[in-house]
Design a binder for this molecule. Structure first.
Ligand SMILES: [Ca+2]
Ligand SMILES: [Ca+2]
Ligand SMILES: [Ca+2]
Ligand SMILES: [Ca+2]
Length: 266
């Protein structure tokens, strides 16, 4: 009995060796060489093709494509009721799709002095100026790049009935709630119109008018300053981005606003 068992095991081993000795397969290999991951970029640059103040083109108001340093969107030192203006800028982003916002930050409403007309008009706050409460803003994406608001072809970026400068936190150019992402190849033309008083946008014709009657004497001698931050952020893996949720820590590209009536220094 024992001898038979050994014999069967011996046959099994011989069979395995025979198969192993004759095996052959077709084969092929493909090799991916030099694998690299390179960080993409979101590089925002801005140019301005002009500004208008009380209907007149401001000479040398524009600048060519750049990272902002000293370029100002607004800088006026003698604002009076019914003064109005417009700044045209364009945003470019390299080289990934990006959301984009304009964010108003570091705002200061300086009272400077309080003169009689301010007191007579009921200016009760000694330390806080009121100019930003008397400047109304409207912004649109100027798709046809003609510097005017055309309700059919352009896109309003704030409510057509305007926003007071004091309440203007952000202008959404593109985020998950509005607009389409900026791409490497397109340019977003943005116009920002402001008015010292009540600004009206005709929703049919797009004509913007400024009525100084909406501005009161409480704003005399006051000064408003702020930074406008142009903010761009990647779209990929960031599909729910909202401009309203941005917390500015280190500030990207900024531009200053100065609006006011500075006291004479001499
Ligand atoms: Ca004042
Ligand atoms: Ca005040
Ligand atoms: Ca237009
Ligand atoms: Ca005041």
């Amino acid at each position: 009995m024992k001898k038979i068992i050994i014999s069967i095991a011996g046959i099994g081993l011989a069979s395995a060796l025979a198969v192993g000795g004759t095996i052959a397969f077709y084969k092929d290999t493909e090799t991916s060489t030099g694998n690299v991951m390179t960080a993409g970029t979101i590089d925002l640059t801005i140019d301005s093709y002009g500004a208008v103040y009380n209907g007149n083109d401001i000479n040398s108001a524009g600048w060519s494509l750049t990272d902002l340093t000293n370029e100002k969107f607004f800088s006026f030192n003698d604002i009076k009721p019914a003064d109005h203006g417009r700044r045209s800028i364009s945003l470019h982003v390299n080289d990934n799709d990006a959301w984009a916002c304009l964010l108003v930050t570091n705002r200061e409403d300086d009272e400077n002095v309080r003169i009689d007309p301010e007191l007579d008009a009921g200016d009760m706050t000694e330390d806080d100026g009121e100019l930003s409460q008397n400047i109304e803003v409207f912004a649109w994406e100027d798709n046809d790049n003609n510097g005017t608001y055309n309700p059919v072809t352009d896109v309003a970026l704030v409510a057509e009935d305007g926003v007071m400068m004091s309440a203007l936190g952000e202008i959404v150019i593109a985020d998950s709630t509005s607009g389409s992402p900026l791409t490497n190849t397109d340019t977003r033309q943005i116009n920002i119109a402001w008015c010292a008083g009540d600004q009206t946008v005709d929703t049919t014709t797009g004509v913007i008018t400024c009525d100084g009657g909406g501005m009161t004497d409480v704003a005399q001698t006051d000064e408003f300053t702020a930074d406008i931050v142009a903010y761009a952020v990647q779209v990929r893996n960031n599909e729910d981005f909202k401009c309203s949720e941005v917390e500015l820590v280190d500030q990207p590209t900024t531009s200053d606003i100065t609006l006011g009536d500075l006291p004479e220094s001499d």
